[in-house]
Ligand binder design. Structure first.
Ligand code: ADP
Ligand code: MG
Length: 516
């Protein structure tokens, strides 16, 4: 180490002073100060739109700051590109991976490495990567092609790549939004191992269980730092209250409203997956008016395919569906929409929205031929604009205008646009697949509030979620799915997290308690 290094340089790897970054009229980061120590896991926590992604993008050189100072390893630095940041030792794991899918793991890690030039010695590189794997407790076959990997494994490749390039600070922006609970535990084991080696990690997460595993949390609200706290000295409730500026009331269903009269009836549905494998096996359930049926399960156990069958975009090979007593003969997406089925998909941008279109166009998506939005043979833009402004206000969508492409909205605001559209057109049945995935606590509560309103109006609701606590307080009954089969249907007051967890893992002992 160089002589004369001040002690603070050893302690603090990164110091951010009064960082400000605006996009037009929006100040995404407003005088942010942040210290990240060596060997710490530092969490950034805040509502959707609080400025977390902008801050991390400034720190890895993707955005240039308007003003403020970034000091890394004791020296003020200017970051003009991600390459600048990486050269200094700041790496980023992207939420949407930037890997080459037909390269192997090893090739992806070393591609772009300049110190070895074209005479890249693969054997040396492999040795170095294997060392990194061992140090971080990552178990991966370096010769597999990236397309063969699970999402969780692709994330490890991103991490290894950053470490291979010598990152001392690793930034992860909502890395667990796309992971199952088990994969997220694995990720935390890996970053804990990295901390043990003296590396620093900045992680953005909305999941309190993960936030509480970090060493310190910096809470952002509307672009400003509210506080930095030691997690050991705080609680999940206190941190949440700091984030929203007040206590959050967690909504529960109104038990005085009783389910009445079946609305959706699903009988003995079977379906095949994209590779011809069995994904749904003999699925039966009913949902009544004024009833929310929860669907619990680890992601990938047939939930997605079940929603697709109910939406008419995947055909069932056996079984029957009826809506309000009327059989659905040949379900197509058009028929289901026309019969008043509303659908909130789990992948907002892939299935729910056209990213390049504005809120106004996305609000009539699927209904663009309906007479109320047409003026002769054209879309009635004036009417759509009025509708959009009304819905933006009602659903509190934060957007610069009704025309701004929705890809520029935060996850929570994009979800509000989908809810506004589906609630506008649905009559009777709402299908919501992971509607709060990736949303902060306040945005999730907003979604739940709207779903409970629909229940009060008399809708039948199917709500799939991995957040079991939420299912227990919102649902009238909970169906548990595992490997395409319903393991049981239970009432929240007669079950526990443990029971649900066992059924999710395929334990059918609860079957006798099925209430149908
Ligand atoms: P978070 O990651 O905490 O959800 P972001 O940093 O993504 O928040 O966004 C902070 C604010 O800046 C939001 O109001 C968002 O709409 C706005 N914003 C972010 N990126 C851009 C951009 N490229 N152009 C315009 N506005 C943006
Ligand atoms: Mg973000």
């Amino acid at each position: 180490m160089v002589q004369g290094v001040r002690s603070t340089e050893v302690e603090e790897l990164l110091k951010v002073r009064n960082l400000t970054k605006s996009f037009g009229p929006v100040t995404a980061n407003d005088g942010v100060c942040l210290d990240v120590r060596r060997g710490e896991i530092h969490c950034l926590f805040g509502e959707n739109g609080a400025g977390k992604s902008t801050l991390s993008a400034c720190l890895y050189g993707y955005y240039r700051v308007d003003s403020g100072e970034i000091v890394f390893k004791g020296k003020p630095v200017e970051l003009n590109s991600p390459a600048d940041a990486l050269r200094l030792g700041i790496g980023m794991v992207h939420q949407h991976f930037v890997l080459v899918s037909n390269f192997t793991v090893l090739e992806n890690i070393i591609v772009g490495s300049t110190d070895v030039g074209i005479f890249l010695n693969k054997a040396d590189a492999r040795h170095k990567v294997l060392e990194l794997c061992k140090e971080c407790d990552i178990d991966i076959d370096l010769d597999r092609k990236v397309w063969q990997l699970s999402v969780g494994e692709q994330q490890w490749v991103e991490i290894l790549k950053a470490l291979y390039f010598g990152a001392e600070l690793l930034i992860l922006d909502e890395p667990t939004a796309v992971l199952t609970p088990q994969q997220s535990d694995q990720l935390f084991r890996i970053i804990t191992g990295m901390r043990g080696r003296g590396l620093s990690i900045i992680i953005i997460s909305h999941k309190l269980r993960e936030v509480m595993q970090s060493d310190r949390v910096t809470i952002l609200r509307k672009g400003k730092v509210v506080a930095t706290v030691d997690t050991a000295d705080s609680t999940a409730e206190a941190i949440t209250a700091l984030m929203v500026g007040h206590k959050i009331t967690r909504r529960v269903r109104d038990t005085s409203v009783l389910a009445a009269g079946n609305f959706l009836s699903v009988q003995k549905i079977c379906a095949k997956g994209d590779w011809g494998e069995d994904v749904l096996d003999d699925i039966s359930f009913d949902i009544a008016k004024h009833e929310i049926l929860g669907l619990a399960g680890v992601a990938g156990n047939g939930q997605k395919e079940l929603f697709e069958v109910l939406m008419g975009v995947r055909s069932a090979c056996a079984g029957r569906i009826s809506l309000d007593g009327q059989p659905v003969v040949a379900p197509t997406a058009r028929e289901m929409l026309d019969r008043g089925v509303g659908f909130v998909p789990d992948d907002r941008f892939l299935e729910g929205l056209i990213p390049q279109f504005g809120t106004a166009e996305n609000l009539v998506l699927g209904w663009q031929r309906a007479p109320e939005y047409r003026w002769g043979q054209f879309l009635d833009w004036r009417k759509m604009g009025l509708l959009a402004r009304r819905k933006i206000e009602e659903f509190k969508v934060v957007t610069a205008s009704a025309e701004l492409p929705v890809e520029r909205l935060s996850g929570g605001n994009a979800q509000r646009v989908i809810l506004a559209r589906e609630f506008l057109h649905a009559r009777g049945l709402l299908l919501a697949n992971q509607p709060t995935r990736g949303l902060d606590v306040a945005a999730s509560e907003f979604v739940y509030e709207k779903i409970l309103e629909k229940r009060a109006e008399g809708f039948a609701v199917l709500l799939a979620s991995e957040e079991l606590d939420d299912l227990l307080r919102l649902c009238d009954r909970i169906a548990v799915i595992c490997k395409g089969r319903i393991m049981g249907i239970v009432r929240p007051e007669e079950t526990s997290l443990l029971d649900l967890g066992m059924m999710m893992a395929g334990d059918a002992r609860q079957l006798e308690r099925t209430l149908q």
